[in-house]
Write a protein that binds this ligand. Structure first.
Ligand SMILES: [Zn+2]
Length: 285
C-alpha cells in the first residue's frame, strides 16, 4: 500500500511538471530492428534491471491504416495525415515475458493459436513451455491481449499460471465479451484473480491505473520496466502528439490524460516502457 501511495505522488508531480518533461527525444521503436537479432523470428530478447525480457510478436503485422487515428474532427485528421502522409502507421502485436525468480511471467497473451496467434509457437522457439508460465498480468480485456489464454480446445493454455486482471476490467468484459470471458473464467476458475486498484501483486508487480483505452486498462511496473498495454496504438504519431487517439480508445478524454500521466511518470523515473503495439520489439524508450 505504501508503495502505491508513493507511485501516486510521483505520478501527480510528474504530471504537474509535464511541460519540462520531453519524451520525444527517443527515436520511436528504433532501439533494435526485428531483423538480424539473435533470437528466433518474431521474438526479441533484452536484459533490463536484472531481468531477462522477451518480446513475442503474436502476429506479424507491420502497419495499420492512419484513418484509425482520425478521431472526431477535421483538425485531428489533418494532423494525422501530416504525420503519416502515406496513410500508414507502423504497428505490431506483441506480448512480453520476463524471467522472474520463481518462473516466467507474462504481460498479455496475444491471440489464440486457433485465430492464427503465434504466441505458443514462438515461446517454444525460445524454449519456454506454456507450463513454465507461472503468472499472467492482463493490461485489458481486448481479444488480441487475452485470447491467447485459451488453447485450441478452449482449455487453459497456461495450466500453471495465475491470471491477474483488474476487477474493473473483468466487470467490463463480462458485459462486452460475454462468450470469451465465460470460457476464460471456466478454464481458469479460481486461478483467474481480479484485483483492486492499490494492491501490490505477486512478483513485486505494481499495477498502475491507466483507464481510457478501456475502463480498467492498467499498466504494470516491475522494477525499471513499465508494461503499458495499449496506452498507445500508433507510437510513431502518438509520441509526437499524445492528444491523438486511436478509434479503439473507449474514452478519449481519459485516454489522453492517462497517456500524459504515464509517459511523464516513466520519463521522470527513467523506466523502460514496453507497449503491445509499438513496432518491432515493443520498446518505446
Ligand atoms: Zn491491443
Amino acid at each position: 500500500m505504501k508503495k502505491i501511495i508513493a507511485v501516486g505522488i510521483i505520478a501527480l508531480s510528474s504530471t504537474y511538471c509535464m511541460a519540462q518533461v520531453n519524451w520525444h527525444t527517443n527515436p520511436v521503436g528504433a532501439v533494435f530492428a526485428r531483423e538480424g537479432r539473435e533470437t528466433p523470428s518474431g521474438t526479441f530478447r533484452f536484459a533490463n534491471g536484472g531481468y531477462d525480457v522477451y518480446t513475442i510478436a503474436t502476429a506479424d503485422k507491420d502497419f495499420q491504416p492512419a484513418s484509425l487515428f482520425y478521431g472526431e474532427n477535421e483538425a485531428d485528421k489533418a494532423k494525422v495525415d501530416a504525420m503519416a502522409p502515406d496513410g500508414k502507421v507502423p504497428t505490431a502485436l506483441n506480448c512480453f515475458v520476463v524471467k522472474a525468480p520463481e518462473g516466467y511471467i507474462m504481460f498479455d497473451t496475444g491471440l489464440p493459436s486457433a485465430k492464427g496467434g503465434k504466441t505458443i509457437e514462438r515461446l517454444a522457439a525460445l524454449n519456454i513451455s506454456p507450463e513454465a508460465i507461472t503468472a499472467v498480468y492482463l493490461t485489458h480485456g481486448h481479444f488480441d491481449h487475452i485470447g491467447g489464454l485459451l488453447d485450441n480446445e478452449g482449455n487453459a493454455a497456461f495450466i500453471n499460471a495465475t491470471i491477474y486482471i483488474p476487477e474493473t476490467e473483468l466487470a467490463f468484459i463480462r458485459k462486452t465479451m460475454q462468450e470469451a470471458t465465460n470460457q476464460i473464467e471456466s478454464a481458469y476458475k479460481n486461478k483467474l484473480v481480479a484485483f483492486q486498484s492499490g494492491e501490490i501483486l505477486p512478483n513485486n508487480i505494481i499495477p498502475i491505473e491507466a483507464k481510457g483505452h478501456t475502463p480498467g486498462h492498467t499498466a504494470y511496473q516491475l522494477g525499471s520496466l513499465l508494461f503499458v498495454g495499449d496506452l498507445m496504438h500508433g507510437t510513431a504519431i502518438q509520441m509526437l502528439d499524445p492528444t491523438i487517439c486511436a478509434n479503439y480508445d473507449s474514452n478519449r478524454v481519459q485516454a489522453i490524460a492517462t497517456r500524459n500521466r504515464i509517459l511523464s511518470y516513466a520519463v521522470a523515473n527513467s523506466l523502460t516502457v514496453l507497449c503491445a503495439h509499438a513496432p518491432l520489439n515493443g520498446i518505446i524508450f
